[in-house]
Design a protein around this ligand. Structure first.
Ligand code: 5GP
Ligand code: ZN
Length: 108
């Protein structure tokens, strides 16, 4: 857990969020400012600052995040209509929260 990290606050339960799913390695909650009918964030429990800071040996978490997003889309019946998965990387790439996360947008 990183002091002053918004997502670490959510993961530890200090900060409220609409939690949709959690397991031992990641949590999924609703984005507070949705850009689509469904806009969820898939967030590893471990504080990793950005995709640029992910160590090679931590790469499995990326596959897990993507596959869990796909499963969530299926379970919530937004898979067939289509969805987007997005990583914003560093400030120029639109990253505002510096705790690795994957956006799932869909439900159109
Ligand atoms: P980024 O631009 O870093 O890829 O995305 C961060 C996302 O986190 C934004 O879409 C923003 O709306 C969302 N966000 C920021 N603060 C909070 C918060 O306190 N709670 C929730 N649920 N989402 C947040
Ligand atoms: Zn964090």
């Amino acid at each position: 857990m990183e002091k002053d990290c918004v997502f670490c606050g959510i993961i530890s339960g200090v900060r409220p969020a609409d939690l949709l799913y959690q397991n031992e390695s990641l949590v999924i909650f609703k984005d507070i400012h949705p850009h689509a009918p469904i806009h969820w964030l898939i967030v590893p429990r471990r504080h990793i600052r950005s995709l640029n800071d992910l160590a090679e040996e931590e790469g499995d978490i990326i596959a897990e995040m993507i596959l869990r997003a796909r499963q969530m889309a299926k379970e919530h019946s937004i898979a067939a209509s289509g969805y987007k998965l997005l990583f914003n990387v560093e400030r120029g790439g639109g990253q505002v929260i510096f705790h690795l996360h994957l956006h799932l947008l869909g439900g159109w």
